[in-house]
Design a protein around this ligand. Structure first.
Ligand code: GAP
Length: 490
């Protein structure tokens, strides 16, 4: 655990040093739990988003994508239940005034127990917490915290308030017209992208002539005033979701729930996440809209945590929007039922898949980061830091490196750059010794490097170097683009 902790800290520093992720507003000492993606991070994030978008909208004929606004009518959040229910049980330490999400406080305590070799006790504490959370038993949760003498990380005391609910939505004001009633101008920053899909259900169904079962996909920013934002980009106050609502005939939702559970796990594996690093975790306490829910968890360096949620949301959201908007939000199904009659009008049920793009990014980076050392043939030690990001999603695919800045080598390299850059991201560099340039490309995760040297001028061949095993081979210059395209498309 301690070792994993060190590796995680190294990864965070590496992300900053190589232009993947920066603390937001760093020159002003940062803004808690808000991060900016740098030049390489933004590209990796885009590649992940594109893969998801393609798998949803291009590879499924019955799923279409939309891009709804972040601001929505405030009644949306009343109808969805977020104004009344989107809250977490919190507890404050009276000495430090620090506020904790109760489940996070208990989970952190259990992690410490586990690290101290008390795994059975840790399991017991977590199981008790699950039962108490499922019953909304706040007095029981406080008693669990006190009985185990869980301490505030700042004051180191166990002097706690009662457990209370705290709404996680950010509020802001809309428009410039002042009103006597401050609530008149209130709008919320969306805490999930899903509602933009629900309120557009009829628009998309009718204009796209969609037939059930069908899905609507969307990617975009979501905002939550998380109380304890921890673990780098794992839990942020501004983050990005990739959500898909799949509309199905009532009564078929469990079939689709199981389908999407397996399909989503398979998708994660298709982008290089090993199956044994993923597992399902069924929810004990269901959200107000769900009749079944599970998390796809990944084994992060700080333990098994939620990467994606699969939720059977029933007809809750569409019915709520129909009630609050007084519009008929239904679907006419003219397929025939077992009695030979059309299914007719109904409110579709919904199975949702919802993955955090930032968490997916952290998953990929946790798997990719390696600090390797070995002994060279001459007995000298050697080492490197490498990001083994799968070629398909790596931000830069190919580095083009003329061995020297002279003798016509840069000209040949530039020609190759021009040939390849329209098809995939390339990086050109002629400074420093070749070994140093390779190491830099390892550190930013570039899967292929091509070196142009004097032999290239004689026989039109180049050295290609593979990042993961550092193998080098000679191939025809004319084969470079084809080879890289093959590797990134598998
Ligand atoms: N529409 C359903 C929904 O929002 P959720 O389980 O609250 O469900 C879905 O969120 C996903 O969004 C999570 O599995 C996680 O990947 C991501 N997510 C949620 N809160 C997050 C946060 N504060 N920071 C980063 N990602 C977050």
């Amino acid at each position: 655990m301690a070792n994993d902790h060190n590796i995680f800290q190294e990864l965070i520093s590496h992300c900053k040093e190589y232009g993947y992720i920066f603390q937001s507003s760093e020159i002003y000492d940062g803004l808690a739990a808000v991060y900016d993606y740098g030049q390489l991070g933004a590209q990796l994030k885009k590649n992940l988003r594109d893969e998801w978008w393609k798998s949803m909208t291009q590879l499924h004929e019955n799923i279409v994508g939309i891009d709804a606004a972040i601001f929505m009518h405030p009644t949306v959040w009343k109808a969805s239940g977020h104004v009344d229910n989107f809250s977490d049980p919190m507890i404050d330490n009276k000495d430090s005034n620090k506020r904790y999400r109760v489940d996070h406080l208990i989970e952190a305590f259990a992690e410490d127990l586990e690290a101290a070799g008390k795994a059975t006790l840790a399991k017991e504490v977590l199981e008790t917490m699950d039962v108490l959370l499922a019953k909304d038993d706040y007095a029981g949760l406080k008693a669990l915290i006190e009985k185990n003498n869980m301490k505030c990380s700042i004051s180191k005391t166990c002097n706690w308030t009662d457990v209370r609910q705290f709404n996680l939505m950010f509020k802001t004001e809309f428009g410039a017209v002042a009103s006597d009633n401050p609530d008149d101008n209130v709008v919320y920053l969306r805490p999930e992208t899903a509602q933009g899909i629900f309120v557009n259900f009829l628009n998309v169904q009718k204009t796209g002539r969609m037939k059930i079962p069908f899905g609507i996909a969307q990617t975009g920013k979501a905002f939550r005033n998380e109380i304890v934002a921890r673990q780098f980009i794992f839990r942020m106050r501004e983050f990005e979701q990739m959500e898909m609502q799949f509309f199905v005939r009532p009564g078929t939702q469990m079939e689709w729930y199981n389908y999407w559970r397996d399909a989503r796990k398979a998708w994660h594996e298709s982008i290089g996440i090993p199956g044994n690093k993923l597992r399902f975790h069924d929810h004990v306490k269901l959200a107000h809209y769900a009749d079944a829910a599970l998390d796809i968890e990944f084994e992060f360096p700080f333990g098994w945590k939620e990467l994606e949620g699969i939720h059977s949301r029933t007809d809750f959201d569409l019915k709520q929007h129909a009630n609050f908007s007084r519009k008929k939000i239904q679907y006419f199904d003219n397929d025939l039922n077992p009695e030979g009659k059309p299914y007719g009008n109904y409110t579709p049920f919904v199975v949702e898949t919802s993955v955090g793009l930032d968490r997916l990014f952290l998953t990929v980076m946790s798997l990719a980061y390696a600090n390797e050392s070995w002994t060279k043939e001459d007995g000298a030690p050697d080492s490197r830091v490498v990001l083994k990001i799968p070629a398909k999603i790596a931000p830069t695919k190919l580095a083009i490196l003329p061995l020297l800045k002279k003798d016509g080598l840069p000209e040949i390299a530039r020609e190759l750059m021009n040939e390849c850059k329209g098809s995939f991201m390339c990086f050109y560099e002629e400074k420093d010794a070749i070994g140093k340039r390779y190491r830099r490309m390892d550190a930013i995760g570039t899967p292929f490097c091509v070196t142009i040297d004097h032999q290239t001028k004689e026989d039109n061949t180049v050295t290609i170097r593979y990042r993961d095993d550092m193998r080098q081979e000679r191939i025809a210059l004319s084969e470079v683009k084809k080879l890289v395209l093959e590797k990134i498309n598998t």
